[in-house]
Design a protein around this ligand. Structure first.
Ligand code: NI
Length: 264
């Protein structure tokens, strides 16, 4: 499988549980516009079987290199981002991982149990396995009460959390504000935690995201409606060097993570 095929597989998997992404693409493609992806975000747990380093290593063979390192203290997450050195038009890959051992014992033990019972899988196997974790409704709710991220992982598993439109490369939009207005006029619900637009020209990156769609999943002891994935929009500014900033902004991403919160 080459990188284009892999990204297509990820995209189709994501689209299957994220109708809002199709709605937005249809809206933007109506006038024959091209859509370029800025980045794909993947989530995982900080454990040898599933670590962000393991996932990153998988992408190195496709010409990716690790470029950025981030710490989200409040959400107990570490993250890295990768850029493709062969083709700058390929999306960056943002990989975050939850330091689940820092959750309260009740919740961290549930995740530990699930990781202990997980067989050694390749990254490709992790991302194509249909149900990786088996938590009960009560456990899901307890996880969601402390870490929406932990609950999301246990219900959804290893799937791309979001794709991101590169707004700089969209025709007819000179700012995120213009795009947001069009989205809202067409009934797309945006994440308003910390304001619709996260970031600013001063940090060289502005981002907006939709709220996550909802899907029904089969948990250990019954069905449950949970947030699935959201769509993101990034507008980048040039650094003093003249190059567009390619990194991420911790304060902004912190609020973007809340797009999969249960309560809006
Ligand atoms: Ni993102």
């Amino acid at each position: 499988m080459n990188i284009e095929e892999l990204l297509k597989t990820f995209w189709n998997d994501y689209l299957a549980i994220t109708p809002v992404a199709k709605q937005v693409n249809d809206l933007l493609l109506k006038n024959g516009k091209t859509i370029v992806n800025d980045h794909i975000a993947l989530r995982t747990f900080a454990h040898a079987k599933t670590s962000k380093e393991k996932i990153a290593k998988f992408f190195l063979d496709f010409g990716y290199e690790i470029r950025g390192d981030y710490d989200f203290e409040e959400k107990k997450l570490n993250a890295i981002h990768l850029e493709n050195t062969r083709d700058a038009n390929l999306p960056k890959i943002f990989i975050s991982e939850l330091r689940y051992l820092e959750l309260n014992p009740e919740n961290s033990e549930v995740i530990q149990r699930e990781l202990d019972s997980l067989s050694e899988l390749s990254v490709m196997e992790l991302f194509t396995k249909s149900s990786v974790f088996n938590v009960s409704i009560k456990e899901y709710e307890s996880l969601a009460g402390e870490s929406e991220y932990a609950a999301w992982m246990c219900a959804i598993g290893f799937r791309p959390n979001h794709f991101t439109i590169d707004v700089n490369k969209l025709e007819n939009f000179s700012s995120l504000l213009d795009l947001n207005n069009l989205l809202k006029q067409n009934g797309v619900a945006l994440n308003t935690f910390g304001g619709e637009i996260k970031g600013a020209p001063s940090v060289y990156l502005e981002q907006t995201s939709t709220m996550a769609d909802k899907i029904e999943v089969e948990l250990l002891d019954g069905k449950k409606e949970v947030p699935s994935c959201y769509y993101e929009f990034a507008f980048r500014y040039k650094l003093p060097s003249g190059e567009f900033y390619q990194g991420f902004v911790t304060n902004s991403a912190d609020k973007i993570f809340e797009s999969t919160n249960v309560k809006n």
